[in-house]
Design a binder for this molecule. Structure first.
Ligand code: UDP
Ligand code: MG
Length: 318
C-alpha cells in the first residue's frame, strides 16, 4: 500500500482566512506525489467556520471534519487530530497561514530520509513586537536551563510526525499539554527545517500576553521541578541569614545592652520573610493545582461530530 499523508488543521473561528488557507493547502496536496487527506478539527468555532468546513467536506472526498463539543484549546484540538488522523505521516498546520503549506513537501522529504519528527523552525518573526520577541527569547533560554529534554527554540506546532511518533504522542494523555515539550520528550530522530514565519493573514492571534504567560508556566511546570527546589533553597538561604541576624542581635544585646531601636529592622525582616513564604507557597500551589488536575484524569476532549472524508483510510486503534 502506498504511504498516505494526513494534514491536521486545528480551527477556532478562522472564517476569514479559511478559504485562502484551504485553496493554498489543496494546491500543495494536489502537487504531492503521494495520496493525502485533510482533517479539520473544529475546536468549537461559532463564527461560521463550521458550516464552511462541512461544505468542503461534502465537496472534496479528501476532506474530513472532526468537531469537538466545545472550545477545548489548540493543544486538545491537535491531540484529537492525532487520535483521528490515519496517515503514515501526519502534518500539523495552523489555519491562519502563519505556517506556509508550501513547506509540506520539504517536510515529507526529510521524513522519507528517515526522520520521525520534522519540525519547522522560524527564521524570522514578522509582525511581532519587540517585546514579544524578547520575552520569547528569554523564555526559550529559561526552558533550556530547566528542562531535562532539549526543547527546540522558535518552533511552533507546524511539523510532520511519522506514524510511530503520532502513536507515541497519543499515549501521553496528560491534561497539561505543553506540546513543544511532548514532541521532544518522545524522542526518535528529529530534524529542523528553517522557514520565514509570516504575520497572520487576517484576524488576530488568540494568544494574549496573559495566555502566553500561562503557556510559559505550563512549559516550566510540565517539564521541570526546578522551581520547587528553588523554593527549598530560597527558604534555606533566608533562614541562614535570619539566624545570623538573630545571633548578631543577641550578642549586641549581651555586650552593649538594649536601647530598643529595633522596630524598622523588625518590620523589614517580617515583611521579607512573609514575602518569601508567599512566593514559595505560590510555587507549591502551581504544582499542586496541576497534580489536582491530572488526578482527575478527565478526557482531553469530547467529539460532537465526525465526518470522515470519502477517501480516507479507516482509523486504526492505537
Ligand atoms: N486554535 C484552536 N483552538 C483555540 C485557539 C486556536 O484550534 O482555542 C487554532 C487556530 O484556529 C489556528 C491555530 O490554532 O489554526 C493557531 O492559533 P493562533 O494563530 O491564535 O495562535 P498563534 O499562531 O498565535 O500561536
Ligand atoms: Mg497564529
Amino acid at each position: 500500500m502506498t504511504a498516505q499523508l494526513s494534514v491536521i488543521v486545528p480551527v477556532y473561528n478562522e472564517s476569514e482566512t479559511l478559504p485562502q488557507f484551504h485553496s493554498r493547502v489543496m494546491a500543495v496536496l494536489d502537487a504531492l506525489n503521494m495520496p493525502a487527506d485533510l482533517l479539520y478539527v473544529d475546536d468549537g468555532s461559532d463564527d461560521g467556520s463550521s458550516d464552511w468546513l462541512d461544505a468542503q467536506q461534502v465537496a472534496d472526498a479528501r476532506v474530513a471534519v472532526l468537531r469537538l463539543s466545545r472550545n477545548f484549546g489548540k493543544e486538545a484540538a491537535m491531540s484529537a487530530g492525532f487520535d483521528y488522523a490515519s496517515g503514515d505521516a501526519v502534518v500539523v498546520i495552523d489555519a491562519d497561514l502563519q505556517d506556509p503549506p508550501e513547506l509540506i513537501p520539504t517536510l515529507i522529504e526529510h521524513w522519507r530520509a528517515g526522520f520521525d519528527v520534522v519540525y519547522a523552525t522560524r527564521e524570522s518573526r514578522q509582525g511581532e513586537s519587540w517585546f514579544k520577541r524578547q520575552s520569547a527569547a528569554l523564555f526559550y533560554r529559561l526552558m533550556d536551563r530547566l528542562s531535562d529534554v532539549p526543547i527546540p527554540r522558535d518552533t511552533g506546532d507546524f511539523r510532520l510526525l511519522s506514524r510511530r511518533a503520532v502513536d507515541a504522542l497519543a499515549k501521553l494523555r496528560e491534561q497539561h499539554r505543553y506540546m513543544k515539550g511532548l514532541y521532544a520528550w518522545i524522542g526518535y530522530p528529529q530534524k529542523a527545517v528553517p522557514y520565514a514565519r509570516e504575520a497572520r493573514a487576517s484576524g488576530r492571534s488568540k494568544w494574549s500576553y496573559w495566555r502566553l504567560w500561562n503557556l510559559a508556566l505550563e512549559g516550566i511546570t510540565s517539564f521541570s521541578a526546578a522551581p520547587l527546589k528553588l523554593a527549598t533553597w530560597l527558604g534555606l538561604f533566608t533562614s541562614v541569614i535570619a539566624f545570623a541576624y538573630g545571633l548578631f542581635f543577641l550578642l549586641r544585646t549581651l555586650f552593649f545592652g538594649n536601647p530598643v531601636p529595633g522596630y524598622p529592622s523588625l518590620m523589614v525582616v517580617i515583611l521579607f520573610l512573609g514575602g518569601v513564604q508567599l512566593v514559595c507557597l505560590g510555587i507549591i500551589g502551581e504544582y499542586l493545582a496541576r497534580t489536582y488536575n491530572e488526578s482527575k484524569a478527565r478526557q482531553l476532549y469530547f467529539v460532537m461530530d465526525y465526518r470522515p472524508g470519502g477517501k480516507m483510510r479507516p482509523r486504526q486503534a492505537v
